[in-house]
Write a protein that binds this ligand. Structure first.
Ligand code: NZQ
Ligand code: ZN
Length: 397
């Protein structure tokens, strides 16, 4: 096991009705003028936004609001939010929504205290050191942004989807009421589940040996998703299943499943080019990319893939041919994604073969840079990226 620091300072406020307490938590973390940031309208329709406002009003905390964050959030909304924070003297941002709203809030939080262009943080020209405090009221189990220090934004000029991060961006508190996810369409539920699994798998495939505790935590999260997602697809108001998925989403990405070893993250880099260009759901893009990446890198450590197959997907171990076990595990993963309604190839996602050179070029500029390779588990070149996109192109269950 490698040395590590584990820092997850967010206060998680979990359970039924807890959104009524968000005013109290804003106050606890020093907010006296709040920007409520939200998305395309689900929180208006569900009545959640009104409940959040009532909770702030009950604590006599003034607020301004900015809605309209789109999935795969964009820079123009961030500039709008930064302007509003400055003109209104906002000192706390409350994100009410999913990963897109939370990421846009984090971008505003870091941009509002920075003299230059906020995009510098996404362009590796500036490091995140300070930001306005952010709190969240989570409405979808997916990105894990409610517990992470990361934010992903798309720059509309060129459709560059990029991440930035730093501990200053970890939310002060996150309200997590599983009931708020009852209204999620089945497709969004499945996209979220895929993202959660991907966050674990990016950490599971490592070259660091003997980190048994982290392996077992990863496997627990994956098994939970496999058990609970079909239950909520059948009954969207199954509280306990929704609750298990919601907490799995946080645990998958606050890095408790990644400490003590190197991580990979190439599937995310390869996927961000798809959702950056096509504006598809991140989870749907991952469903197409991640199993393709797995097929490509599997020979690097057959036994690790066989372990996943046996422990998570219940595949019988073939001691004479471990590669066969490994292959069956990847097959079972893709089959699960298909069964919950995810696309498994380019055609099902709406991606085009002729765009592959563009994806690979952008992946290369963003992730590979001057080194010629990127990734923790297996170092990829631009040519490898093309090969993986081509595997994804024609994949089937
Ligand atoms: O905008 P509204 O109307 O709220 O609708 C949203 C949106 O259309 C809807 N939705 C959310 N909660 C709902 C609901 N509809 C009905 N009932 C509810 N309770 O769902 C749609 C998707 O929401 P979004 O916030 O985009 O989903 P998600 O949480 O998956 O976030 C995706 C974004 O997070 C980034 C992704 O790249 C993508 O841009 N990621 C952020 C990470 C991080 N910050 O750590 C890590 C991830 O790997 C990921 O890259
Ligand atoms: Zn993700």
């Amino acid at each position: 096991m490698d040395n590590f620091n584990f820092y997850s300072p967010t206060e998680f406020v979990f359970g039924k009705g807890r959104e009524s307490e968000c005013g109290k938590y804003v106050k606890k973390y020093g907010g006296t003028k709040v920007l409520i940031h939200y998305g395309g309208g689900s929180v208006v329709r569900s009545g959640l936004l009104d409940r959040v406002k009532a909770s702030l009003a009950a604590e006599n905390i003034p607020f301004v609001e900015l809605g309209g964050v789109q999935p795969n959030p964009i820079d123009t909304k961030v500039y709008e939010g930064i302007g509003l924070c400055r003109s209104e003297g906002v000192n706390f941002i409350l994100a009410v929504g999913g990963g897109s709203v939370i990421d846009s809030s984090k971008a505003i939080a870091v941009g509002a205290l920075y003299d230059g262009d906020f995009w510098d943080f996404y362009d590796n020209k500036a490091a995140v050191e300070k930001a306005l405090p952010v709190g969240t009221v989570l409405t979808i189990a997916a990105a894990g942004s409610e517990g992470s220090g990361n934010t992903v934004i798309t720059k509309t000029d060129g459709m560059w989807k990029r991440g930035a991060g730093g501990d200053a961006l970890r939310p002060k508190f996150s309200v997590m009421n599983p009931e708020l996810t009852y209204t999620l369409p089945a497709y969004q539920t499945a996209c979220g589940a895929t993202d959660i699994m991907a966050h674990v798998l990016e950490r599971y495939f490592t070259n660091t040996k003997e980190v048994e505790i982290t392996d077992r935590l990863c496997e627990a999260v994956l098994c939970t998703i496999i058990k609970e997602v079909p239950r909520v697809l059948k009954n969207p108001e199954d509280y306990n299943a929704r609750a298990n998925i919601m907490w799995a989403g946080t645990v998958a990405h606050n890095n408790v499943c990644g400490v003590g070893r190197e991580q990979d993250w190439n599937s995310h880099g390869l996927e961000h080019e798809l959702s950056g260009i096509y504006d598809c759901a991140h989870g749907a893009g991952l469903a197409v990319i991640m199993p393709a990446w797995m097929e490509f890198v599997m020979p690097h450590n057959v036994m690790r893939f066989a372990q996943l197959a046996v422990r998570v997907f219940g595949t019988a171990m073939n001691f004479e041919a471990p590669e066969e076990t490994a292959r069956l595990g990847i097959k079972a993963f893709r089959k699960f994604l298909h069964e919950i309604g995810m696309p498994v190839n380019f055609a099902e996602l709406g991606a085009k073969e002729e765009d592959i050179p563009r994806f690979a070029e952008k992946f290369s500029v963003t992730k590979i840079g001057n080194n010629g390779v990127t990734g923790g588990f297996v170092k990829l070149t631009k040519e490898d990226a093309v090969t993986i996109y081509k595997i994804a192109l024609n994949a089937s269950v």
